[in-house]
Design a protein around this ligand. Structure first.
Ligand SMILES: CC(C)(COP(=O)(O)OP(=O)(O)OC[C@H]1O[C@@H](n2cnc3c(N)ncnc32)[C@H](O)[C@@H]1OP(=O)(O)O)[C@@H](O)C(=O)NCCC(=O)NCCS
Length: 150
């Protein structure tokens, strides 16, 4: 299948409904309030940097991320991908790759970012494989967490 027709652009407020629909297919949940709040934050930029991918004149994927300076003790500007999703019928056609490549390119061009980070659940082997295919490697940091008890 051709990979040339994927186009990627910055997220716009009108993309709310298609993003909600793709998220429903990915998670099995309808999270209108979550996405409304997320859009209110995300359409203010920078540091938010979020993208949608279009194929067949419809939105088929999204990537939400941000850039920052010296976060978590990492020196210099960095960029973080925190959510990526491709509509299931459109997977395997280079949509996810196009989103990540555009994110990396924009982070470099607009914010002089030299490294892009993401956090994945090691139980999700498919997400790990996807990012490894795109050149991501395991880094030296780990996440620490603590339960909050009443
Ligand atoms: C992971 C995901 C983003 C991949 O999107 P996609 O558009 O199908 O990926 P692409 O077609 O751009 O694939 C890019 C490369 O990754 C590889 N890849 C994609 N999905 C893969 C998988 N599940 N397992 C192994 N490799 C995979 C492809 O083979 C391709 O490599 P190639 O060029 O050598 O063939 C998509 O499957 C998805 O949305 N998954 C659910 C996301 C999710 O759970 N998000 C929440 C956490 S952020």
């Amino acid at each position: 299948m051709s990979r040339t027709k994927v186009s990627v652009r910055a997220l716009e407020p009108d993309d709310l409904d298609p993003v909600i629909r793709i998220d429903e297919r990915l998670t099995g949940q309808t999270r209108k309030d979550y996405w409304k709040k997320r859009f209110e934050l995300t359409t203010l930029r920078p540091p938010w940097m979020s993208l949608v991918a279009e194929l067949d004149q419809r939105i088929v994927g999204f990537l939400f991320g941000w850039t920052s300076e010296s976060e978590f003790g990492i020196h210099g500007p960095t960029a973080w991908i925190d959510l990526i999703g491709v509509d299931p019928p459109y997977r395997g056609r280079g949509v996810g790759q196009a989103l990540v490549e555009q994110f990396v390119h924009s982070a470099q061009e607009l914010r002089a970012v030299e490294k892009v980070f993401t956090l994945i659940d090691l139980a999700q082997a498919d997400i790990r494989e996807f990012f490894m295919k795109l050149g991501f490697k395991h880094g030296p940091m780990i996440q620490l967490e603590r339960e909050v008890t009443g």
